[in-house]
Design a protein around this ligand. Structure first.
Ligand code: PXG
Length: 290
């Protein structure tokens, strides 16, 4: 049986799932999305992802043509139809097809689709040895030009930075704000541990408010480790005891070098290791069962 996807109210074979070339999601990146994970038959933090999807849509004045409850049910149904216990879920709402021209009023019906897939993780050894990253020359979108709370289909800013990482022969690039503070990587938030405390850049600087970031802050709190939303310069990252990235796809992954300079001993740290273990347990302990 081929893979089924949800598209505009029905389940169709993935080979036959098409959107219009006049869809403003295709023409302009006009739309919003979520990347969600399911672990052992449970969807992790589904309500938080749906809340973010609907608030992203609202911020661009895009009305999702189904209720949050119906969206929830369709995600679960797509997972069941594809018989996936562990999965990556992509939920997308585009502006829909309209005339050429930016005016969103030209698009009468938003397109909605849900894809479920197997997960392609970073190679396991990177979780043990840690990532080397570079600092991208491409600056993160300024919050005054693109609200970072909107998880939009327009990722070129981050794709430029990803290309810089690829050119440098590493997996990830750190993006700075226009005034030089660390913001986030191309699809992950960043944390440092320093003097027994965690620090992560806030969305005021242009970072997405990550759902994994929030979960990690909660886990740290349970261990008595405080987190501060702060401003960090690249030099301060290099002076940290530990550094790691968080995201739905990557989960928690240690960073051990930036621009060829080692952080602390150059090996993943103890807080990172503990949080990785706590996160693993959390993803198996909670979530919407299906
Ligand atoms: N910053 C950015 C710019 C992101 O796109 C995160 C941080 C981490 O947020 P969450 O809520 O996931 O902890 C993201 C998330 C993909 C993909 O397929 C991208 C993300 C998540 C899942 C999949 O590229 N981005």
């Amino acid at each position: 049986m081929g893979r089924k996807v949800f598209l505009n109210g029905e389940f169709v074979d993935s080979e036959n799932a098409c959107v219009s070339i006049f869809d403003h999601g295709v023409l302009y990146g006009d739309g919003v999305f979520e990347g969600i994970r399911a672990y052992n038959g449970r969807v992790f933090r589904l309500e938080e992802h749906l809340d973010r999807l609907y608030s992203s849509a609202e911020a661009i004045r895009l009305e999702v043509p189904m209720t949050k409850g119906a969206f929830h049910d369709k995600i679960v149904e797509t997972l069941r139809l594809n018989d996936l216990d562990n999965a990556y879920i992509r939920a997308v709402v585009t502006r829909g097809a309209g005339d050429l021209g930016l005016d969103p009023r030209k698009c009468k019906a938003p397109a909605v689709f849900i894809i479920t897939d197997k997960i392609a993780l970073y190679p396991g050894e990177l979780y043990e040895s840690g990532l080397a990253i570079v600092i991208a020359k491409t600056k993160r979108n300024h919050p005054a030009s693109m609200n970072p709370r909107v998880k939009s289909l327009n990722y070129l800013n981050n794709i430029f930075a990803k290309i810089e990482a690829i050119d440098a022969g590493v997996e990830e690039a750190l993006m700075l704000s226009v005034d030089g503070y660390a913001v986030e990587c191309t699809g992950d938030n960043i944390f440092i541990a320093s003097g027994g405390k965690l620090y992560t850049p806030s969305s005021d600087l242009g970072a997405l408010e990550g759902i994994t970031q929030k979960a990690v802050i909660e886990l740290a709190q349970k261990r008595g480790i405080k987190t501060e939303y702060g401003r960090m310069l690249p030099d301060e990252l290099l002076e940290a005891d530990e550094c790691f990235l968080t995201g739905t796809a990557a989960e928690i992954i240690p960073v051990v070098a930036i621009d060829g300079k080692q952080i602390a001993s150059g090996s993943p740290g103890e807080i990172t290791r503990q949080l990785r273990q706590d996160f693993r347990e959390l993803t198996r302990a909670e979530g919407v069962e299906y």
